[in-house]
Write a protein that binds this ligand. Structure first.
Ligand code: ZN
Length: 259
């Protein structure tokens, strides 16, 4: 089972880098091939200048590396980079025995990590907006949150919700909020879910402190709406059950070898 990308929201110990889902095959998980740290010139100089007082947690810098999918037929490489700090190596109960650990904060991946798996049938423009959010989430959560709202807007457009209204002979753009209210008349359940995604984005853009964790939560909730609207797994399973019951067994494919 791949680990949740939420494990990458805060700094992680380089020795405990989470094995998240491969964005290429969506089945394997990514393990670090290498993760290299680079100290800033300033923090290297501090080490020379203050030999006696110097502590490892004065180190600051960046890191870069390559993760690779564990499924041999895929083997997709993912390039990662971000911030590097050094901090106390605490055990699981928060105790410190004087050791330090390299802490890595992800800021960039190429290709973007998957933040939600869109079901087949999801409109291409919605998928593109979600991929845009995934590319920005680590570096600029506020911008990623705007992309996620863009995904909601694209979904509403594909569902036939109007983008403009005519008032006093003037063409006015409808807000995301009002478009969701219109959509609620036909699909109340999904509209409520989209409203939750919108509120998460709103809080961030008004208070200016949206986190990567907030964006990932918004993506998770949007994924729920997309599955309700486009996932046909349940219907397909019901069709297979009906076919099996009708034939009193698994229907044989034409040309299949039978005993
Ligand atoms: Zn893969």
């Amino acid at each position: 089972m791949p680990q949740d990308v939420k494990h990458l929201v805060g700094p992680v110990k380089s020795s405990e880098w989470p094995h998240v889902r491969c964005p290429a095959c969506l089945e394997g998980y990514l393990a670090p091939e290498f993760l290299e740290t680079v100290s800033t010139a300033h923090s290297s100089r501090l080490q020379d200048q203050y030999r006696d007082e110097w502590e490892p947690d004065w180190i600051k810098g960046g890191f870069y590396g390559v993760l690779r999918c564990g499924i041999p037929s895929c083997g997709e490489p993912v390039i990662v980079s971000g911030d590097y700090t050094v901090g106390p190596d605490l055990d699981s109960s928060g105790r410190w025995y004087g050791e330090y650990a390299d802490l890595l904060q992800l800021r960039f991946t190429q290709p973007p990590l998957s933040i939600l798996i869109t079901p087949p049938g999801t409109p291409a423009k919605v998928v593109a907006a979600v991929t845009g959010a995934a590319a920005l989430v680590w570096a600029d959560p506020g911008a990623a949150s705007n992309r996620l709202r863009g995904a909601v807007e694209e979904l509403l457009t594909s569902e036939g919700v109007r983008r403009f209204e005519i008032r006093n002979h003037k063409r006015n753009r409808l807000s995301t909020h009002n478009r969701i209210l219109e959509y609620r008349r036909y699909e109340s359940g999904i509209a409520d879910i989209l409203m939750a995604v919108k509120w998460i984005g709103n809080t961030g853009s008004h208070e200016g402190d949206i986190t990567a964790g907030d964006v990932l939560e918004g993506a998770e909730i949007l994924g729920h709406a997309l599955r309700l609207r486009f996932d046909t797994t349940t219907e397909e399973m019901e069709r297979r059950i009906t076919r099996i019951n009708k034939r009193k067994g698994i229907p044989k494919k034409r040309g299949a070898v039978t005993k």
